[in-house]
Design a binder for this molecule. Sequence first.
Ligand code: FAD
Length: 314
Amino acid sequence: MGMQGKHLIDREAVLVLPGEKIYDCIIIGAGPGGLQAAIYLGRYNRKVLIIDRGGGRTSHARHIENLLTQKVISGSEIIRLGMEQAESFNVEIQKGLVTRVLKPGLFEVYAGEVKYLSRFVLVSSGGTENLPRIENLFKFFGTGIFTCIDCDGYRTTGKKLVVIGNSIKTVQVAFGMKDMYTADITLVLYTDKIPEAYKDELAEEGIPFVIGRPVKFIGGERLEALEMQDGKRIPCEVVLSHFGYKLNDGFLSGLNLKRDADNFKFVTSRDYEASLSGLYIVGPLAGDDQVVIAAGEGAMAAIDMKKRLFEMRA
Ligand SMILES: Cc1cc2nc3c(=O)[nH]c(=O)nc-3n(C[C@H](O)[C@H](O)[C@H](O)COP(=O)(O)OP(=O)(O)OC[C@H]3O[C@@H](n4cnc5c(N)ncnc54)[C@H](O)[C@@H]3O)c2cc1C
């Protein structure tokens, strides 16, 4: 249908059809960053929509032990409680996959065929683990196989550990794990580019290393060994897999946002506003990769939005 005959509202240089709902903020991703921001904004009585596809990294964390006041809590419980709390302050939560964000005037957030409008957008879509293709990985993921030192390094204390990775940084990780957690470490590398200096240092530290491809994790209830392509088995109780993660950022590609010197994370202000005015980015896409940090970043972004909405008298 054409625009003629319709009553149009000119608001912030954008033509908005009457009846089209304008959110104060649309939050992409219901992880700790997005949910904490939603709770603040909901308590400012702002119109907030969270769009979340489900199954994020936090929901894979089985035992979170480093969150203030929570001796141990699962990631899925944090998400469940966070959603409940956000909804109690009238935040709307929709299941959906955001495919595109544009800003011709107001923000346009596309989920499937539906377009949503908002004054601000907060991106808290997190990352996706890079995991090696090794048989039985998911059987032990979160109990014997870990990916994050800050999250689960402690769980390797005093245990027989294998560190797997594909870069020189993995060698440094092995040294760090030895300093903090356990002396019994074997390093398995997918690369043969180890400088001589590292070989000497590994020998001095008593860390054996194996170059090659692991194919299978062996064990019943508990992890017992890592099997290599040549059939050799490396005994282990725990594994630290060091392959990093990718960002869930495909839907931002139309916005030409500034990234860091490695062309990886997004550059933001102190309040987590990206290089596009009104777009905030929190969690691993811009900052650090911990529940409490993502949540803190979400709170800071929400407080900044509150000030901006004051100024707009929206
Ligand atoms: C196995 C594991 C253990 C961990 N243990 C700990 C721990 O002990 N302590 C700790 O502090 N941290 C831990 N973490 C890290 C913690 O989960 C992250 O710091 C946290 O996830 C960051 O939160 P976030 O809000 O940025 O993103 P996430 O929790 O990743 O949430 C992002 C959400 O956005 C959704 N999403 C992504 N793309 C889209 C899209 N296009 N449209 C709609 N929705 C989308 C995802 O599905 C997900 O629901 C662990 C992570 C893992 C994987």
